[in-house]
Ligand binder design. Structure first.
Ligand code: FNR
Length: 186
């Protein structure tokens, strides 16, 4: 099983990147998680979509070959950051490689609500025509007060959060196996 991850932060000490890296290591036995360098993408420009920069083609192929997508989103002004929206816009055009891909969402912020508003919007975006991922229902992973739950080595240390994410990842693995039949019918 191979999953690609899109992390919506370009900050060097990003909590969301630490969360993605933690998941990459913790679930290595059951799933390979490759974190895509979406922070290196240029701004989406419709003029370039038929002849996109090399990095767009590279990431697009990785999404195409994956079994699913993990979205890891911070919350910026009650929405998803431009870094993540920009990536979604690129891959929603021409070759729509996210269509019918299983997807799951997690997100972390220092606030109490842990990216609730961003994730609600992200679910709506993922449901749009050019994206149309098969997003895991429920299983809403809001990591609030993240600065108290990640140690100086980037490890998630909050036991109940870890156990919840363990369950959600298992649910996602089952979801992928179920919806692959649906996806292959298209
Ligand atoms: C934020 N932050 C934030 N947090 C939140 O819970 N709700 C919000 O609406 C916002 N808005 C917001 C806007 C902008 C422009 C910035 C820079 C930050 C705080 C944000 O959650 C915090 O900076 C996280 O640490 C960002 O995630 P990474 O970069 O650590 O992954």
């Amino acid at each position: 099983m191979k999953i690609v991850a899109m992390v919506g932060s370009n900050r060097s000490d990003s909590y969301n990147m630490q969360l993605a890296t933690f998941m990459q290591k913790r679930y290595a036995q059951k799933v390979e998680i490759e974190i895509l360098p979406i922070n290196k993408l240029p701004f989406y420009n419709q003029d370039d979509e038929l002849n996109p920069p090399e990095i767009v083609k590279e990431i697009r192929n990785k999404i195409k070959e994956s079994d699913g997508i993990l979205f890891v989103t911070p919350e910026y002004n009650a929405s998803i950051p431009g870094v993540l929206k920009n990536a979604i816009d690129w891959f929603s055009r021409v070759e729509k490689v996210m269509v019918n891909k299983p997807a799951m969402i997690v997100g972390a912020s220092m606030g109490a609500l842990g990216t609730v508003k961003a994730q609600l919007q992200l679910r709506q975006i993922l449901n749009s025509q050019g994206v149309s991922t098969l997003t895991l229902p429920g299983n809403e992973v809001y990591v609030g007060s993240v600065h108290e739950k990640i140690d100086e080595n980037g490890n998630l240390i909050d036991e109940s959060t870890i156990q919840f994410i363990d369950t959600v990842v298992d649910n996602f693995m089952n979801w992928i196996e179920k919806v692959v039949i649906y996806a292959s019918a298209y």
